[in-house]
Design a protein around this ligand. Structure first.
Ligand SMILES: [Zn+2]
Length: 248
């Protein structure tokens, strides 16, 4: 039975991610999200058949390319869909049916959307952030999964720390990152926000070093910070207890 539920959660994750990643970059570009356009190729606008749109299967059948214009449907979509499905199943196995599972699935979806839109298009949609901000607030009101003081402190720490960094670096950090970190902090609490910022910074520094060494970056390359925050938030959500024990 548990096995079937985890399969079901895997499918749910891939479907939500496949929808969410489209929403994430289409909303800010004022493209239609619902209806016919959802099923068109972004390049040649041909209506895609069902298997071309279906997560994973489209990649297996068409090699991830549009059959008409041969433009690649970016690999990152498939990767994020698979990762989201995997994390949904993992969360179900880790938490069972509980508030934690609901929080995990919400956070994963937000991270999937940010990951795609920020990495591919340097976009973190305000509308997406507002929806998740309200949703997390609602969950906090309903379940009070952490103290209000902790939730507010987490949100403020995330928001203010990156705002300060943005001012000091004169725009090195985008407004989207600042707001995103505020939303994440609300869910993760004060220590969680702190941990997320630390993990994201470590990943950011490591990738910057690799990029510089491989001469893919120079000192002025704009690096999207949102995906690092997303990864940091997920690691924090699952392992904050273990990680905090080691640090303090
Ligand atoms: Zn096409």
């Amino acid at each position: 039975m548990e096995m079937w539920w985890s399969v079901w959660f895997f499918i749910l994750g891939t479907v939500l991610a496949s929808f969410g990643s489209v929403v994430g970059y289409r909303l800010p570009k004022k493209m239609k999200v619902m209806g016919v356009e959802r099923s068109q190729c972004d390049h040649c606008e041909r209506k895609l058949s069902w298997y071309e749109r279906f997560p994973i299967i489209s990649y297996l059948v068409t090699g991830g390319k549009c059959r008409t214009c041969k433009k690649r449907i970016p690999v990152i979509y498939t990767f994020v869909e698979l990762a989201t499905g995997g994390l949904y199943a993992f969360s179900y196995l880790k938490y069972g049916f509980s508030v934690d599972l609901l929080l995990a699935c919400s956070l994963i979806l937000l991270c999937a959307i940010i990951f795609v839109s920020d990495l591919l298009y340097f976009i973190i949609s305000d509308k997406v952030l507002i929806v998740f901000f309200v949703w997390f607030l609602m969950l906090q009101v309903l379940f009070e999964y952490r103290s209000w003081l902790d939730a507010i402190a987490g949100g403020l720490l995330g928001f203010c720390f990156l705002l300060l960094l943005a001012i000091l670096s004169k725009g090195g950090i985008g407004g989207g990152d600042i707001k995103l970190m505020g939303v994440l902090g609300l869910l993760l609490g004060f220590q969680g926000a702190y941990l997320t910022l630390m993990i994201a910074s470590v990943i950011g520094v490591l990738i910057a070093i690799v990029g510089l060494l491989a001469k893919k970056y120079n000192w002025k390359t704009a690096i999207p910070f949102g995906p690092y925050l997303a990864v940091g938030a997920l690691v924090t959500f699952y392992y904050s207890v273990e990680l905090l024990e080691r640090i303090f």
